[in-house]
Design a protein around this ligand. Sequence first.
Ligand code: ZN
Length: 248
Amino acid sequence: MALRERLNRPLTLTPFTGPVMVPRRIRVLVPTAVLMFSGLGLLWGCGTTGPDFQVRSDPWRSPEERACLASGTVQQTAFVRSRSALGGPNVCGAENPFEMSAADNGRVVLQPAASLRCPMIPQIDRWVKEVVEPAARYQFHQELVGLKVLASYSCRPMNSVEGAMISEHAYANAIDIGGFMLADGSTVSVLRGWNGSPRERAFLRTVHDGSCEYFTTVLSPDYNSLHANHFHLDLAHHGLQGLKHICK
Ligand SMILES: [Zn+2]
């Protein structure tokens, strides 16, 4: 199965019938599907059995999403559109997710568009404007025109490992960026550039280090081989106060 298909499989959950435990272990039955975000809607494929994952009670999650929505920080534009709820009444998803197809008022496309919950939208926008675009200008004397999105919403365990904790991707609270597209048509790929030319290395490290101010979890190729080809960015809460940042 192609990676994107694997990462974007949506999700029909069997009801949890065991004793109440935290974390819970959930068997997910998921149809294999390819999410098409180009106005074509969902294309559903044949059914298959998905991985187990463990779910922890996260009381901050729903209030945080609702507060973001109520704040009006995210306005619908040609590049940020409200989409139908993800996941339905189960452990995955978001109540009012958005489809983000570009950042910085359309200057930087997300390819493909990403399904994200409200708090992720302004953070991606600010990170693009304040970190990635200036880094592209400094290192390459180029405008940034796009981000290669390897994954956004996906109902799955961390690293797609059977039995692991549920991933922030399952809450549309994470994005994986595999490359940075420049105005001359070239792309700085995380896979090749992390140990690539001095400019690529410097650009990607500036972008990585800058990410840590905008996201609470940032994982790079230095973290492990599963992240060799992308930066994972999310807004999970870490630590007792939920304020700790993980930057690796
Ligand atoms: Zn990720």
